[in-house]
Structure formats: C-alpha cells, structure tokens
Design a protein around this ligand. Structure first.
Ligand code: GDP
Ligand code: K
Ligand code: MG
Length: 292
C-alpha cells in the first residue's frame, strides 16, 4: 500500500514553519531567518519513502495585507486550505494574539485534520508548557496538539509519523527522486535574498526583488547571473555599498551556500538595477510568480 498527500504548514511569521519543513526534508530548501515575511512564495518540498510521499508547502505567515504584494502573499496562505490532506497550524510558546480572526475560524471549522504544533518548547519550563497546551486545547478543540522543538528536532519524527498515518492511499504525485517542484533559479533568488535580509536594514530587503536571468550548468561549474531589483537610486547605492563592498559580501556568501546546495563550483555575477514600483505593479508581480 502506498500513501501520498499534501500537507500545508501555516502560522504567524517567525513561529518556525520553515525550520520545521527543513527538519522534515533534511535539506535547506527554504530560507530561514529571524525576520518575518522571509517566505514569500509557497514552497513545495517532497519527502519520499518506499511507501509514502509527503508534499509539504511552507506558506508565508499570517499578516494583514498592507499593499498589493502582501495581498498576493495572503492568497498563498488562503489556498493552503484548498488542496491539503493535513493542515499544520504552528504556534510558538508565549503566543496569544491571533492576528486574523476570520482566518482562525477557518482553522477551527476545518474538515481537514489539524495538527497544532506548539513550537519552541526548548524555551519554556514545564509549567508554562502545560498551561499553554491546555489553553490551545480550548481554543482549537478540533486539533491534535504536539509540543515540539523544530530547531532541536524534539518530537519532529512523531509529528511526521502522524502525518503519514493521516495521508490517504494514493500513488505518488511526483517522481520519487524529485525533491521540490521549484526551478533551480528560484533557489538562487531566495539564497541571494536571504543574504540581503541578513545584511541590510529592513527597508531594503522589502524593496528588493531578485531575478536570475542566466543559469548555465556545465560539467564542473554552474554560471549564473542575477539582478537585484530595487525601487530607488538611493537603495541601489546602499545595496552596492562603499566601493562595492556590501554587494561583494552578498555575492560571496550566496555563492558559498549555492555551492553547497548544488554540489558544484558556482560563478555568480550580481548586479543592481532600479525598477520603480515593482512592488505595486501587478504585471511585474506576475512575472515573479506571485498571483499564480
Ligand atoms: P517562519 O517565519 O515561521 O518560517 O519561522 P522560521 O522557521 O524562519 O524561524 C524563525 C526563527 O525562530 C529562527 O530564528 C529560527 O531559528 C527560530 N526557531 C524555529 N524553531 C525554533 C525552536 O524550536 N526553538 C527555538 N528556540 N527557536 C526556533
Ligand atoms: K521567518
Ligand atoms: Mg518561513
């Protein structure tokens, strides 16, 4: 008997969704930082076993849309309900506020099995943990609750086993050797964006989009060229930095990660281009894969 199905991971920004998905997959597929909104796209990761295939999506956190880009991010989250066999609702120790009431009702009324993962228990004591489990059990009575630490791998295997139990009998949806449905360029873009998130003040990362224009794989090397798109000339200057030092650091760090990921030598050419209003222009957003 073979089981296969879709698992969607939702929750507020920074609760640890990407960390969990990466723990399941065992590969650094989606980027993880301490900043919210790191994950803009819906990323599919696939975990294969002899008799199962779990297709995971890591969605952006639940946020109230403030401009068009964020609205299309929320579409990804809402679509989490459409094709899932299991819904993972992740919260973290100490979390009380529910940022979106209507959305929360959808979780409590879900016909799909809900696993509520209370994450980051490595930061709590026993009493706090027990109190939180009890209060979540009341707030989301339809969920099975798992206290976990995605970072330390505590209870991650148990959650995964429960997912397998809940999946329907089905042949695999993707070839069994396929790790993800996202093209390689997507990982290049995300890796560069992670470095920008790490090294610049927060106005910069949110004004930036990356487009990998070239990706040539040769026998021993992959050559790629990526453009960092910003909205204003001043941002371009900040990205590049004094004598190009800031951009150089982004390039060096991104290349190291990409060499690990692809297992090959990488030649990465980075340049910065001003593209006014990429963020509010719907056609531009479509080109970058939002609103799909
Ligand atoms: P996401 O926005 O929900 O995808 O959250 P991330 O996976 O990007 O994690 C946000 C931050 O929380 C990162 O700094 C993680 O290292 C940290 N984090 C994730 N899981 C745990 C955990 O179990 N324990 C602790 N202490 N930190 C965690
Ligand atoms: K994050
Ligand atoms: Mg994330």
């Amino acid at each position: 008997m073979h089981k296969a199905g879709f698992v969607n991971i939702i929750g507020n920004p920074n609760v640890g969704k990407s960390t969990l998905m990466n723990a399941f997959i065992g590969e650094k597929l989606s980027i993880i930082t301490s900043k919210a909104q790191t994950t803009r796209h819906r990323i599919l990761g696939i975990v294969n076993g002899d008799d199962f295939q779990v297709v995971l999506s890591d969605t952006p956190g639940i946020i109230k849309p403030a401009y068009e880009l964020q609205e299309s991010m929320m579409d990804f989250v809402k679509s989490a309900f459409d094709d899932a066999d299991v819904l993972i609702y992740m919260v973290e120790i100490g979390e009380k506020e529910l940022k979106d009431e209507a959305f929360f009702k959808k979780i409590t009324n879900s016909k799909i099995p809900v696993l509520l993962l209370l994450n980051k228990i490595d930061t709590s004591d026993q009493q706090q943990l027990e109190e939180q489990v009890q209060s979540w059990a009341i707030k989301v009575p339809n969920a099975e609750i798992f206290p976990i630490s995605a970072l330390e791998g505590f209870q991650v295997k148990e959650v995964f086993n429960r997912i397998i139990e809940l999946l329907p009998e089905s042949p695999p949806f993707y070839p069994k050797d396929q790790l993800t449905d996202k093209p390689e360029r997507f990982f290049v873009n995300e890796t560069i964006r992670e470095k920008i998130l790490l090294h610049y003040k927060k106005e910069i990362p949110y004004a930036v989009e990356i487009d990998t224009e070239e990706f040539f794989e040769e026998e021993n090397i992959i050559r790629m060229r990526s453009v960092i798109m910003v909205e204003r000339d001043t941002q371009k200057g900040i990205i590049i930095g004094h004598k190009g030092s800031a951009l150089k650091r982004v390039g060096i760090e991104a290349r190291k990660d990409l060499e690990k990921f692809f297992g090959k030598q990488i030649h990465l050419e980075l340049y910065v281009k001003v593209n006014k209003n990429w963020r509010t222009n719907t056609n531009q957003l479509k080109r970058f894969g939002y609103n799909q």
